[in-house]
Design a protein. Structure first.
Length: 76
């Protein structure tokens, strides 16, 4: 949730940096082995589709109780 945002960011940022650094090398390896980028494009398309489905089914974080009470009772 929102309270764990810093922890989540701290855990996933190094993984993201590794993936961004290794991506071009992996793409060139796939190109060298397969002869074209079709497999890479197909894999990325599947990954984006799965990501979109997961974002669609994810529930938004719950609002803090205090914020809900302030909206329910304005002016108090």
């Amino acid at each position: 949730g929102r309270a764990s945002y810093g922890t989540i960011l701290g855990v996933f940022s190094p993984l993201q940096m590794i993936a961004l650094g290794a991506g071009p090398a992996l793409a060139s390896l796939v190109r060298a082995l397969a002869g074209d980028f079709y497999i890479l494009y197909a894999a990325m398309g599947v990954a984006y589709f799965v990501s979109a489905v997961l974002m669609y089914v994810a529930k938004p974080p719950r609002r803090p109780i205090r914020a809900v009470a302030e909206v329910a009772l304005p002016g108090d």
